[in-house]
Design a protein around this ligand. Structure first.
Ligand code: T3D
Length: 262
């Protein structure tokens, strides 16, 4: 696959995608979207048990590449709905649907769609110097890529409104304090900590983890009765996995489990 704008590797169950346009703070253009799409498909189909997403250079992702648009006064209006539908919506949905944990290691600023992409991941680690910016309002747009879905659910409506209407920089530590992300680590520890987390998750019961992810995603729209039904259905599936048998056998045998992801 082409790797002009991203780097992709798959090794020992760990798929790794690095957004790689550091001189543009890894902002997204169409080619990058297409490479990402292919990398996520290879992650899904290639036996990976965890995906680790990060950025090259000093930024994680500054959202849409604004130089990719002709918005001069005499140009025809750009149909942003088209680009959202064609590129961003499938990207967010594919990350959410991956049947494995997706770790995001936010190595620097995450702005606009870059922030939303991070929030679409399952476990977000950020470098202490990183930040999150709902930059959309600064250019007359509104949060997209699930921003209006993730923000109020993660930090509540008051903070979501403030972030989205003001576009202020939210430092990583405050993002963790507010519950927007999982954890902050020192800058020089981000690579090793995120890799260690990926290594750990790649040895865990992958199907069970995928079911946890699915259940928590579904809970956002469900009543307690509906969610109990979801839990029953998904637990039924978990109970049929080889890793469930192995987990119980290992517990009873007082030995470490050897999960295969099946
Ligand atoms: O269009 C659609 O399809 C709709 C979808 C929209 C989704 C969106 O994401 S809309 C939001 C787009 N993103 C932004 O508005 C953020 C723009 N960037 C910034 O505000 C700042 O760059 C940051 C706050 C993220 C970081 O600031 P700073 O001072 O650390 O870096 P910088 O100097 O601004 O940026 C470094 C370089 O990257 C610079 O290029 P240069 O001057 O060195 O040649 C800058 O122009 C470039 N860059 C940064 N962000 C983008 C970008 N180039 C193109 N597009 C960008 N988004």
């Amino acid at each position: 696959m082409s790797q002009q704008h991203i780097l992709f590797s798959l090794d020992a169950g760990i798929a790794r995608i690095t957004l790689n346009r550091p001189d543009r703070l890894n902002s997204l253009n169409v080619d990058m979207h297409m490479e990402l799409r292919e990398a996520i498909a290879r992650t899904r189909d290639g036996g990976a048990r965890v995906l680790l997403l990060t950025g090259a250079g000093r930024g994680f992702c500054a959202g849409q590449d604004l130089a990719d648009r002709n918005v001069s006064a005499d140009a025809a209006p750009v149909d942003l709905g088209y680009t959202i539908e064609t590129y961003y919506r499938p990207l967010i949905l594919s990350l959410r649907a991956l049947e494995m944990p997706v770790i995001c290691a936010v190595n620097g600023v995450a702005a606009g769609a870059g922030a939303s992409i991070a929030l679409a991941c399952d476990i977000v680690l950020a470098a202490r110097s990183a930040s999150f910016i709902q930059a959309f309002c600064r250019i007359g747009l509104m949060p997209d890529c699930g921003g209006t879905y993730f923000l109020p659910r993660l930090v509540g409506t008051a903070r979501a409104m403030g972030l989205a209407l003001l576009g202020d920089k939210l430092p990583a530590e405050q993002a963790a304090d507010w519950g927007l992300i999982w954890k902050v680590v020192d800058d020089d520890k981000l690579a090793t900590e995120s890799q260690a987390l990926a290594r750990h998750l790649a040895t865990q019961p992958t199907k069970g983890l995928a079911l946890i992810k699915q259940a928590l995603q579904q809970s956002a729209a469900n009543t307690i009765a509906e969610q109990l039904a979801v839990e029953a259905e998904l637990q039924r599936a978990a109970g049929k996995t080889a890793d469930y048998r192995e987990g119980v056998a290992a517990f009873m045998g007082k030995r470490p489990a050897n999960f295969t992801g099946r």
